[in-house]
Ligand binder design. Structure first.
Ligand SMILES: Nc1ncnc2c1ncn2[C@@H]1O[C@H](COP(=O)(O)OP(=O)(O)OP(=O)(O)O)[C@@H](O)[C@H]1O
Length: 238
């Protein structure tokens, strides 16, 4: 049972591994419902590994972690799809099926996550596409959309099951600055509607402009702007 006062993410005494290599150790942090948090750090510092652990693509071997009401340590293969229904995941590369329309891309996820009622599926699909500003795009194929529009479809797809948190790994990394600004604003709108966001980014401008909480991977540790003062760094050295 998830109570509304529970944090969406809660991590204690955890270490993050890639095989036998420890990437981050002694992690202790939580993310509250509706919080917006940046995740920063130099290339190879562990941002993606942390996100992968949170969506159970990497096993949590040491420590405790809960996300969207699921305990990550000891989670079974059978339960991972159920966990992922509670999360929205957005990557830098859009990962849409190129040979399927926008509607078919969304339908695929809905069917895979247990939706059956065709009327409800259609109205939810329209709702999420409208929500990302792509109300008229359902019959288009990915190649007929710009990079920014494709990313909006990916965000719509991530929102289908009303996740309590969106995990975003460099979601604006492949887009030019103006387009990425629009995508960032979309994340802010989604956040204002109540979804927590954990966003890995190298975009120094965003950090300067929007004073959200920052988690920084540095020297195998995770620094938290809520409890520690630290330098953000320059964009090449985030
Ligand atoms: N699949 C993998 N197998 C083994 N080691 C890996 C794998 N992926 C990443 N690593 C290693 O884990 C460490 C953390 O990498 P990670 O991708 O989490 O960093 P990152 O902060 O997300 O980097 P970037 O900003 O470049 O995306 C690095 O030392 C990297 O080489």
């Amino acid at each position: 049972m998830v109570f509304s006062s529970d944090p969406v993410v809660s991590v204690s005494n955890a270490s993050i591994f890639q095989g036998i290599h420890t990437v981050l150790s002694d992690l202790n942090f939580s993310i509250e419902k509706g919080e917006f948090v940046f995740l920063i750090g130099r290339t190879g510092s562990g941002k993606s590994s942390l996100l992968k652990t949170l969506y159970a693509d990497l096993p949590l071997i040491m420590g405790d972690a809960y996300i969207s009401g699921y305990q990550l340590n000891g989670i079974t293969q059978k339960n991972i799809p159920f966990l992922r229904r509670k999360l929205g995941i957005v990557f830098q590369d859009f990962q849409l099926f190129p040979d399927r329309s926008v509607a078919e891309n969304l339908h695929f996820v809905m069917r895979a996550t247990g939706w059956k009622d065709k009327t409800k599926m259609k109205s939810r699909m329209i709702e999420v596409l409208m929500g990302v500003g792509l109300g008229g795009a359902s019959n288009k194929f990915p190649h007929q959309l710009s990079g920014g529009e494709q990313q909006r479809v990916v965000i719509a797809r991530a929102l289908l099951n009303e996740p309590s948190i969106l995990l975003a790994d460099e979601p604006t990394g492949n887009l030019d600055p103006e387009v990425s600004d629009g995508i960032f604003k979309l994340f802010q709108e989604i956040n204002k509607r109540g979804t927590a966001i954990l966003m890995a980014t190298h975009n120094y401008e965003l950090l300067k402009k929007y004073p959200y909480r920052i988690l920084k991977c540095e020297n195998g540790r995770l620094l938290d702007s809520k409890t520690t003062k630290f330098q953000i760094g320059q964009d090449w050295a985030l």
